[in-house]
Design a binder for this molecule. Structure first.
Ligand SMILES: Cc1cc2nc3c(=O)[nH]c(=O)nc-3n(C[C@H](O)[C@H](O)[C@H](O)COP(=O)(O)OP(=O)(O)OC[C@H]3O[C@@H](n4cnc5c(N)ncnc54)[C@H](O)[C@@H]3O)c2cc1C
Length: 322
C-alpha cells in the first residue's frame, strides 16, 4: 500500500507554483498506481484551499506547529506525527524551504524514514520507487533504483512537473481539517515572515541579482528600484550575504537557492561556477559587468559592458518612461 502525504505551501491562500507542480505530479502518480492514496497537508495558516478539480481528495489537513519548532522537543510536531502514523503514510512529498527543512529533518529521525533531496522526478513500478536526483550542482542526473522503503522526498524549488489547470472552472474548494498542536500556539512560516511583502525568489519570473560589484549595502537602492520596475525578485551572490549586505535568503548558487526564472539579470557578479550552479536554469541571462573577461560573460545571452552604477539607473529610467 502506498500512502502519499503531500505538504503544500501557500501564499495568501493560493498554492505556490512549486506546490502546484508537486501536487499535479503526485496526483498523476496516484492515478497511475492502483491502491495508492493521496493525502494533502499543510503547516500554513490558510483560510481557503482550492485544488485542481481532478485531484482525488476532498480535504486538506492543516497543522498548527509550535512556535519553537527550531529548538523545542519533538513534542512540537506531535500533531503532525500522530496524523502521519494514523493515516499509515509511507511517503511524504514536500518542496524545499527553510520551514520544511526544519520539520522534515526532525520527522525523518522520529519516523525512521529516509530523506531523499534534490529530486527531479520519480516513477513507481510494481510498488517500487525509482528516484531521479540532480547531482553535481545540476550537471548530471542519478537514478536510484527500486526502493519501497518509506521516505521523505524533498523536491527543489523550481521543480516543474506537469501543472494541472488552476482556472476557476477546473478548480474545486476543499475542506480544511485543522489539527492544533498540544501547545496550541500560532503557526510560524519562517520564510513568509521574512519576505512577506516581496516577490518570492523561487517563484519569480524575473530576478535581478547583484554581487560585490555593488561595493556596499548602501548602494542596493538602485537594484531595488530596478527590480520594483520589472516586478522582479532580488537575489545576491554568496559573499554579499556573508558580508551581511543582504539577507541570507537572497543568496543564490551552489550553497544557496537554485532559481529558474524566465529572465535573470546579474549586476556586478563575476559568475563563479558556484554562482552559476544556482542560476543556470534561467531562461535568459543578462549580465551587466565592467569586465569583458568576467566568467559570466561566457554564460550570458546578453551582455551590457560598463559601469552598473550608470547602466542600472538608466535602464530603470527607461521603464519609467515606458
Ligand atoms: C564551496 C564554495 C561554495 C560557494 N557557493 C557560492 C554560492 O552558492 N553562490 C555564490 O554566489 N558564490 C558562491 N561561492 C563563492 C564564489 O566562488 C565567488 O567567490 C562569488 O560568487 C563571487 O561573488 P561576486 O561575483 O559577487 O564577487 P566578485 O567575484 O568580487 O565579482 C564582482 C564582479 O563585479 C564586477 N564589477 C565591479 N564593479 C563594477 C561596476 N561598477 N560595474 C559593473 N560591474 C562591476 C567585477 O568585474 C566582478 O566581475 C562559493 C565558493 C565556494 C568555495
Amino acid at each position: 500500500m502506498i500512502n502519499i502525504a503531500v505538504f503544500l505551501d501557500f501564499k495568501h491562500d493560493n498554492l505556490t507554483n512549486n506546490s502546484k507542480s508537486l501536487l499535479s505530479f503526485a496526483n498523476k502518480l496516484v492515478e497511475n498506481n492502483a491502491g495508492a492514496q493521496l493525502y494533502l497537508c499543510t503547516v500554513q495558516n490558510i483560510n481557503k484551499c482550492y485544488v485542481p478539480a481532478t485531484v482525488k481528495t476532498e480535504s486538506i489537513t492543516r497543522f498548527t506547529i509550535d512556535n519553537n519548532v527550531h529548538f523545542s522537543s519533538n513534542a512540537s510536531l506531535d500533531n503532525v506525527l500522530s496524523h502521519l502514523i494514523d493515516t499509515k503514510i509511507t511517503h511524504i512529498f514536500c518542496t524545499k524551504s527553510t520551514t520544511n527543512d526544519l520539520i522534515f529533518a526532525k520527522l525523518s529521525m522520529i519516523l525512521n524514514f529516509n530523506i531523499i533531496t534534490n529530486i527531479k522526478s520519480l516513477e513507481v513500478e510494481n510498488g517500487l520507487f525509482h528516484f531521479y536526483k540532480s547531482i553535481f550542482s545540476g550537471k548530471a542526473i542519478a537514478k536510484m533504483n527500486g526502493t519501497n522503503e518509506p521516505c521523505i522526498a524533498i523536491f527543489p524549488k523550481g521543480f516543474t512537473g506537469d501543472v494541472l489547470s488552476m482556472d476557476s472552472l477546473d478548480t474545486k474548494e476543499i475542506k480544511i481539517d485543522h489539527i492544533s498542536s498540544t501547545y496550541d500556539s500560532s503557526s510560524i512560516i519562517v520564510e513568509d515572515s521574512l519576505i512577506q511583502n516581496e516577490i518570492q525568489l523561487s517563484e519569480a519570473e524575473i530576478v535581478v541579482g547583484a554581487g560585490r560589484g555593488l561595493k556596499g549595502p548602501e548602494n542596493w537602492g538602485i537594484i531595488e528600484n530596478f527590480a520594483k520596475k520589472l516586478k522582479a525578485a532580488t537575489a545576491c551572490s554568496k559573499p554579499v550575504s556573508d558580508l551581511n549586505w543582504r539577507p541570507h535568503h537572497e543568496h543564490v548558487g551552489q550553497t544557496g537557492i537554485k532559481i529558474n526564472p524566465k529572465l535573470y539579470i546579474a549586476c556586478g557578479i563575476s559568475g563563479a561556477i558556484q554562482h552559476l550552479a544556482g542560476v543556470n536554469g534561467s531562461g535568459t541571462i543578462v549580465v551587466i559587468n565592467n569586465d569583458a573577461e568576467a566568467p559570466f560573460v561566457k554564460h550570458a545571452d546578453y551582455i551590457i559592458l560598463g559601469d552598473l552604477f550608470e547602466i542600472v539607473p538608466e535602464l530603470t529610467k527607461l521603464f519609467d518612461e515606458a
